[in-house]
Design a protein around this ligand. Structure first.
Ligand SMILES: *Cc1c(COP(=O)(O)O)cnc(C)c1O
Length: 363
């Protein structure tokens, strides 16, 4: 720490992203990326922007907002919800940026409540921006304590499906949270919703205290493109836009805007890839259970797993030595590893390595 750092940041504990090692090739199952490349349409759309990199991108990101409104509008109507118009959407450099803006805009006075097992960035954003927060203990191993969340006086930050367990809360539960106190903002982070949940965008017509944030990093092959979306009523969206324009109006580059729009409109590739991931998830769960692991009932593109005879760190190290990289989260989750669901070949490699780790430990 230099002597110039503002004292209020001296105790700040930054978020630790998953490792991106360069020492060898791993079967990379540690950061919940898609195992598939972007679709050909997405690559072509990004390529077409290269010749215009001398010009600033569109600060309104209209093309991306229109694509998001169209795709999520269809999703909303299929779930019985209303239209989504482009003025109900804002965009960010990854959903992490939108979550940061949301904490800054809406959580610094009332504070935040979130489940103790959830996305590791929430407490970091709260600390960075000086928002008070309550981490509510889980009920049992994988269950969010909904009544405690509903009773909290703070605004709510909830990843659904949960960011570490993958457990999905049905929309009826989200509706209860939204109704419990209409004067509190409820932010639902749907980074993993495409792998087995119903999106709360379908509730936007009913509740003006709802903000839904999602990302193109997990289910749309664009973790490297850094594209996040937020959906809400016009007023909340304008508040977020105010913060966005006060910070960096050009946060999304030309290639990202074009690639993001193309990815949102390529429904066929989206369905094909997420169906493949869901299939491998179910296979992975089944086979890990057969090896004696406990596996979270995940609706996401990862599972949280532990083994009664091995620590989380041992599993992580054993798999890494065999070329398979998973996430060891430590802390409250030191018994576990979080394993991203990849392609069929990735699952083959993970299961072979897991069998070998068990064999070596004489399990
Ligand atoms: C991955 C993830 C994000 C961040 O997504 P980016 O768009 O890549 O910044 C946000 N929330 C949750 C719960 C995530 O798992």
């Amino acid at each position: 720490m230099s002597r110039f750092l503002a004292s209020r940041y001296s105790g700040l504990e930054a978020y630790t992203p998953g490792e991106q090692p360069r020492d060898r090739r791993y079967v990379k199952l540690n950061t919940n990326e898609s195992p598939f490349p972007p679709s050909p349409a997405v690559i072509a759309a990004a390529d077409a922007e290269k010749g215009a990199l001398n010009l600033y991108p569109d600060p309104t990101c209209l093309r991306l907002k229109e694509a998001a409104a169209k795709t999520y509008g269809e999703l909303s109507r299929a779930l019985g919800g209303g239209e989504i118009t482009p003025d109900m959407v804002t965009v960010g450099n990854g959903s992490d940026e939108l979550l940061a803006f949301a904490v800054l805009a809406f959580f610094t006075e009332r504070g935040a409540a979130f489940p103790a097992v959830g996305y590791g960035f929430y407490p970091v954003f709260c600390s960075l921006f000086g928002a008070a927060y309550d981490e509510l203990p889980m009920k049992g191993e994988f269950e969010v304590d909904l009544p405690a969340l509903a009773d909290s006086p703070r605004n709510i930050l909830l990843a659904n499906p949960n960011a570490q367990t993958g457990v999905y809360l049905p929309l009826s539960d989200i509706r209860k949270l939204l109704s419990a106190n209409k004067d509190r903002l409820v932010l639902i982070d749907e980074a993993y919703c495409d792998f087995g949940g119903e999106s709360a965008v379908s509730l936007l017509g009913e509740f003006d205290n709802l903000l839904v944030v999602t990302t193109l990093s997990k289910s749309r092959q664009l973790a490297g493109g850094r594209i996040g979306l937020a959906f809400s009523g016009r007023e909340i969206v304008l508040d977020l836009e105010k913060i966005r324009y006060s910070f960096n109006p050009y946060a999304l580059d030309r290639a990202a805007i074009a690639a993001g729009a193309a990815a949102l409109l390529d429904g066929e590739y989206f369905d094909m890839t997420r169906t493949a991931v869901i299939g491998q998830r179910e296979r992975m769960k089944e086979e890990l259970l057969a090896l004696g692991f406990t596996v979270s009932p995940s609706s996401a593109n990862f599972v949280l797993a532990r083994h009664p005879a091995l620590s989380g760190e041992k599993i992580y190290e054993g798999l890494k030595a065999r070329g398979v990289l998973v996430r060891y989260l430590g802390g409250r989750l030191s018994g576990y590893v979080r394993i991203t669901v990849g392609s069929r070949e990735d699952t083959d490699a993970l299961l072979a390595a897991a069998r070998d780790v068990c064999k070596e430990a004489k399990i």
